[in-house]
Design a protein around this ligand. Structure first.
Ligand code: GLN
Length: 487
């Protein structure tokens, strides 16, 4: 049985090591074997932590043998998106710029995972600096969708969702600036939560757009997503934007009665233009909710259609500022030149890929004198308007239902030559980041070999209702799970 341990979810593995039915070492070996088998096809992990994971497992086995207490993630292999700092483990952001960077400290979320005895097994492949929707712009090569190797896994956290679904790990820690947790979770068929802005410390998350970036959990079930969320959430003195809100028992919200809750379908996002299989996913979700006694309505948020332009103007502006630090002197790719300007130019031309360079240029333009008011300032005002409209919308409902993306996983190479087409895959996911609200994505259907998912959004700090609804829906859908069905 030992060689099949990678098929089990995080909770089951944890129970099995606690009862000493299997050792942490066996669990880790099983995942490492699986990595050796599927990684040549998927390229989901930029760095694989063979030695560290085995050492961690052995240390936990010793403690278990002595009857010492272990944390809630003991025996659970986890992948960390390669934009989140891990002490002593290379953290590349999928870029040549940081290809050699080994952080001297852990991100707060990683520190908490280690304190909970999670076993870091690898670093998830990512679009360069988390800018992308397909994990095709990684300097370390594209990652593929485990269901269909001709399709993308989504992005930018494609390595996280692919590694999780393919059985290389049992949990994944990722980051969502404009859909990067939810969209890859949707394309690969797992659960992903973008928490409320401020719920999880961003300390150690290498910045893309600081007023949007949010670390969050991915897992194979809603309950396991809630478990990881409980571990990583909370105020952190190292991140002044982290919220001083109590960490709730989100695992206890899973399975709680949903009768009487109110869910509204977001009119602007659920239109006739949706592909039939995505629309069918929404309809199926509505049926399940109705049968469970949830009140369904439709809500209109007219400015929600401006999510993508607002998102891209502001995130590119923030990125142009955040990425200014890579200059070959203190940070980034080391290169040579005989004077300072050439050094900067060379470092940035050699270190950054095309998409990142484009975004820095556009963001610099949007912030420059003469254009600032027309672009950046206008976008921030529009952001406020959308947020107000959402606050208004939540007066009549507890959660809002929408698609995660306007499509299932698309083909590798299909959108790489058309940045606009790529941006438009984020048309339904960026809004939660623009407004700062939580969004939970999970699969509800399966169509021509690929998962179909939906997302629920809630008011700031009401992740509870998302777990309540998500866990109920999950019980009612019967769809293939790759960790069960894979050869
Ligand atoms: N697709 C979005 C972008 O390219 C998502 C990024 C993210 O959430 N990290 O900006």
């Amino acid at each position: 049985m030992a060689e099949q341990l990678w098929r089990y979810g995080a909770e089951k593995l944890h129970e099995m090591v606690l009862s000493r039915e299997v050792s942490c070492r066996e669990v880790v070996e099983s995942h490492l074997d699986r990595i050796r088998e599927v990684e040549p096809l998927l390229n989901a992990l930029i760095t694989i932590c063979y030695r560290e994971a085995v050492a961690q497992a052995d240390a936990q086995d010793k403690r278990l043998a002595k009857g010492e207490p272990v944390g809630p993630l003991a025996g659970v292999p986890i992948s960390i998106k390669d934009i989140i700092s891990t002490k002593g483990i290379r953290t590349t952001c999928g870029s040549r710029m940081l290809a050699e960077y080994i952080p001297p400290y852990d991100a707060t979320a990683v520190r908490k995972i280690k304190e909970a005895d999670g076993i870091i097994i690898g670093k998830g492949n990512v679009d360069e600096f988390a800018m992308g929707s397909s994990t095709e712009t990684s300097h370390f090569g594209p990652c593929l969708n485990p269901w269909d190797h001709s399709a993308v896994p989504g992005g930018s956290s494609g390595g996280s969702s692919a590694s999780l679904v393919a059985g290389e790990c049992a949990l994944a820690l990722a980051e969502d600036t404009g859909g990067s947790i939810r969209q890859p979770a949707a394309f690969c068929g797992c659960v992903g939560l973008k928490p409320t802005y401020g719920r999880v410390s961003r300390y150690g998350n290498i910045a893309y757009a600081s007023s949007f970036d949010q670390i969050g959990p991915m897992a194979r079930s809603t309950f396991e997503t809630a478990r990881l969320f409980e571990i990583i959430a909370g105020r952190d003195p190292f991140d002044s934007t982290s919220a001083d809100k109590p960490v709730e028992k989100w695992t206890e919200a899973c399975g709680r009665d949903v009768k009487g809750l109110r869910v509204a379908i977001l009119k602007e996002y659920v239109s006739e233009d949706l592909p039939p299989e995505i629309k069918a996913g929404i309809n199926k979700t509505v049926d399940i909710l109705q049968k469970a006694g949830v009140e369904i309505s439709t809500v209109s948020v007219p400015t929600a259609s401006y999510g993508v332009p607002i998102y891209y103007v502001i995130t590119m502006s923030e990125a142009s500022s955040n990425l200014a630090r890579y200059d070959s002197i203190l940070y980034g790719h080391k290169t040579d030149a005989n004077e300072l300007i050439s050094l900067f130019t060379r470092c940035r031309a050699e270190g950054f890929g095309k998409v990142v360079r484009e975004r820095i240029l556009i963001g610099t333009y949007a912030l420059s004198a003469g254009f600032f008011d027309a672009w950046y300032l206008k976008a921030t005002k529009a952001r406020r308007l959308v947020s107000n409209e959402f606050a208004q919308a939540f007066r009549s409902c507890d959660a809002i239902l929408a698609p995660v993306a306007p499509c299932k996983a698309f083909k590798v190479g299909e959108k790489t030559d058309d940045p606009l087409a790529m941006y438009l895959t984020d048309v339904y996911s960026t809004i939660a980041n623009v407004v700062g609200i939580p969004g939970l994505a999970f699969p509800v259907d399966f169509h021509e070999g690929l998962p179909v998912s939906v997302q629920l959004m809630a008011q700031p700090f009401n992740e509870t209702v998302l777990f309540q609804l998500g866990s109920m829906i999950e019980q009612e859908v019967d769809i293939p799970r790759l960790w069960d069905s894979a050869e």
